[in-house]
Design a protein around this ligand. Structure first.
Ligand code: LLP
Length: 431
């Protein structure tokens, strides 16, 4: 994966840096990101648009992994970003993103978050519901400002991994429903209020999607709508944002489509829909999160206790777990792992479990693995998305550090939490 390879010491090396040296220097658990891989994924999306001559934005979905350093890489690769909270907005701006290049998403942006977005000059707010139209309008009228917005439409498609199902009515907390006419009503309201500059529509059909069919269906539904709005309301969208959700490889069982293939399919479908309806080609925006950072990340853990229940299972415990990767517990997500400090043959079936006080704290339910000891470092692969960003202090375990590696250089980008950090927000006991 990425720039990972075995070096002369038979250690796993990423970005030209020995992961075992990293584990020694920064401790474990440790997130290591291969910056080159992030760049390659970003360029894969970006170049496909550029080669097709289509105006575009590749909007990184911050929720997958956000810290100051990631925004520097995004800017270097001409990506913009989305945020879904005041905290992500704050981080993106502090990370040097131009507020104009930020999209603000969410089904319940608070008044203070919307105020913050308007004050900071956020480029695009993705309006999600009628309540938001009302409170954002109030803020904009008070501030005497105009705001570029997209509005989020729920096309009634739910895409799931290899499959997609067309549902009559979209049972989603996000966006304006199409079937019941909410989307029409939203557009009318937005167009009738001159504080809104309605740049276009947004939809997002799901996450970890492997098949382009869901995207094709979404394009068709949205462009039918756009065509109706063109004819009935004389409205032309300048922007069509199809969201993120491009699948990645967690284990051998996953066979992802490359970023460029997804983008090519989307461009093709949009062009076809435009030709059919004589609709001017809008800018196409996408919002990849996972596909930019997931495979760039590995988590290094130290092996600790082992327990064998004869004939049933062998548990190998590591020094992290659900606090740094909730995905297996939350979604039954599968991961792969290797021993990072030596090349070793698989010898037994084990479960890799964490150190948290819950039976559900399992990182890998079953894997063919080498026999390991407490001298070994285990690397879980493809942990770069929704790992650190969903990390917690459960059991008052400090959250891991994060290191970026590139061209033989390692840079600490998030330091490890300390016990002092853990009690930082607790109000001291007074006598
Ligand atoms: N755009 C919107 C509007 C979204 O809601 C999401 C993800 C994305 C873009 C980015 O999707 P991606 O390209 O990363 O799949 N915590 C879950 C994933 C939740 C995704 C929520 N929305 C996980 O760990 O799998």
């Amino acid at each position: 994966f990425g720039t990972a390879k075995w070096n002369q010491k038979d250690h796993l090396e990423i970005g030209g840096v020995d992961t075992i040296e990293l584990a020694k220097k920064y401790g474990t658990p440790l997130f290591v990101y291969d910056v080159q891989h992030i760049r390659e994924m970003a360029r894969g999306f970006k170049q496909t648009f550029e080669e097709a001559g289509v105006k575009n934005k590749v909007v990184y979905a911050s929720k997958a992994f956000s810290c100051l350093a990631v925004y520097k890489v995004l800017q270097e690769e001409s990506l913009t970003c989305d945020v879904v909270s005041g905290g992500e907005l704050y981080t993106a701006i502090r990370g040097g993103m131009n507020p104009r290049d930020i999209e603000f998403h969410g089904n319940n942006k608070t008044k203070s978050e919307l105020q913050m977005a308007v004050d900071e000059g956020v480029g695009t707010i993705i309006v999600d519901n009628f309540y938001e139209i009302q409170i954002l309008s109030e803020i904009l009228h008070t501030e005497k400002k105009k705001q570029e917005v997209l509005f989020r439409v729920t096309p009634g498609i739910s895409a799931e991994t290899h499959d997609y199902i067309l549902t009559g009515q979209a049972d989603s907390k996000f966006g304006f429903d199409v079937a019941s006419g909410q989307a029409n009503e939203a557009l009318s309201q937005l167009l009738s209020d001159d504080v809104f500059i309605v740049k276009g529509v947004h939809c997002h059909i799901g996450s970890q999607i492997f098949s382009p069919e869901g995207f094709i269906a979404a394009v068709n539904i949205i462009f039918d709508l756009l065509n109706t709005w063109k004819l009935k309301m004389n409205y032309l969208a300048e922007v069509f944002n199809i969201g993120g959700g491009f699948g990645i490889q967690y284990t051998q069982a996953d066979t992802p489509v490359s970023p460029s293939e997804f983008v090519k399919t989307i461009i093709h479908q949009v062009k076809e829909a435009c030709q059919k309806n004589d609709y001017p080609l809008p800018e196409i925006w996408i919002e990849p999160g996972r596909s930019i950072v997931a495979e760039a990340g590995v988590t290094l853990y130290s092996v600790g206790a082992q327990k064998e229940v004869p004939g049933i299972r062998k548990f190998v415990s590591v020094d992290g777990g659900m606090g740094d990767n909730i995905r297996p517990a939350l979604y039954d997500a599968a991961y792969d792992a290797v021993v990072a400090n030596r090349k070793a043959e698989s010898a037994e079936k084990i479960s890799i479990v964490g150190k948290y006080c819950e039976s559900g704290d399992v990182l890998i339910r079953e894997i063919d693995f080498p026999k390991v000891t407490d001298k070994d470092i285990v690397a879980l692969t493809s942990t770069g998305a929704y790992g650190y960003s969903m990390a917690s202090n459960y059991n008052r375990n400090p959250r891991p550090a994060v290191v970026f590696v590139e061209d033989g250089q390692a840079t600490l980008v998030v330091r490890r939490e300390t016990y002092e950090d853990i009690i930082h927000l607790d109000v001291p006991i007074t006598e």
